[in-house]
Ligand binder design. Structure first.
Ligand code: ADP
Ligand code: ZN
Length: 199
């Protein structure tokens, strides 16, 4: 990011649908900070147990160590005062307080990087990502590839029947879709017919 003077902090947000490369981009930036010998601390929500409790793992199997926390308050409590860079994956799962916590950490002079889903399985803004985009210094919106037609994909299509906001999963449960191929009612349709799409 920009060349800065002194120890000014800032917030970078990386958002987009599943499979769009958010974790890859986050890991890339955090690795570069480590190469620059900065003190880096990385968090992810405990709810996300898909691959490992103590690592962020991208769908392309890039990995970086991380600490699991239940919410933004716990994240703040675990921050090492000496940390210069704070990385957070799956920010949409850490609650509304993440906005205040990220702002406070940036005001303390830390570089805060947050990746997360910008919209949910119905295409609605996934809080608190919209608020984080508003307070961020820099934002990146990533796109995936539509699994139906190959166009740029901004949506996360849920393939299994559930009206719960949070159903943690990856391949088989979700796929990336473009605007044209996105079917937000698919989960409801399958719920009505009591069928699920197998992996
Ligand atoms: P995110 O954190 O946004 O879910 P990841 O960084 O974990 O994304 O994974 C991105 C990687 O997923 C891509 O580099 C590619 O290897 C793989 N991938 C699988 N399905 C898709 C897709 N539909 N579009 C783009 N990349 C995909
Ligand atoms: Zn499409």
């Amino acid at each position: 990011m920009n060349v800065t003077k002194g120890t000014i902090g800032w917030i970078e947000v990386i958002c987009g649908p599943m499979f769009s490369g958010k974790s890859e981009e986050l890991i890339r930036r955090l690795r570069r900070a480590e190469i620059a010998r900065q003190r880096v601390q990385i968090f992810k929500p405990a709810i996300d147990r898909r691959y490992a409790q103590d690592q962020i793992v991208s769908h392309s199997d890039l990995r970086i160590r991380s600490e699991a926390v239940s919410n933004a308050a716990e994240l703040q409590a675990r921050v090492d005062v000496r940390a210069e860079v704070i990385g957070v994956d799956e920010g949409q799962f850490l609650g509304p307080e993440l906005v205040e916590v990220a702002t406070r950490l940036a005001d303390m002079g830390k570089r805060v990087l947050i990746a997360g889903l910008d919209t949910d399985y119905l295409g609605r803004p996934f809080h608190p990502m919209p608020e984080l985009l508003a307070v961020a210094d820099e934002i990146m919106k990533t796109l995936a590839i539509c699994m139906q037609c190959g166009n740029p994909a901004k949506h996360t299509q849920r393939l299994v029947a559930s009206s719960d906001l949070i159903v943690v999963g990856a391949e088989g449960m979700y796929e990336a879709r473009c605007r044209r191929c996105f079917e937000p009612n698919l989960a409801a349709v399958h719920a009505a017919t009591a069928t699920t799409i197998p992996d």
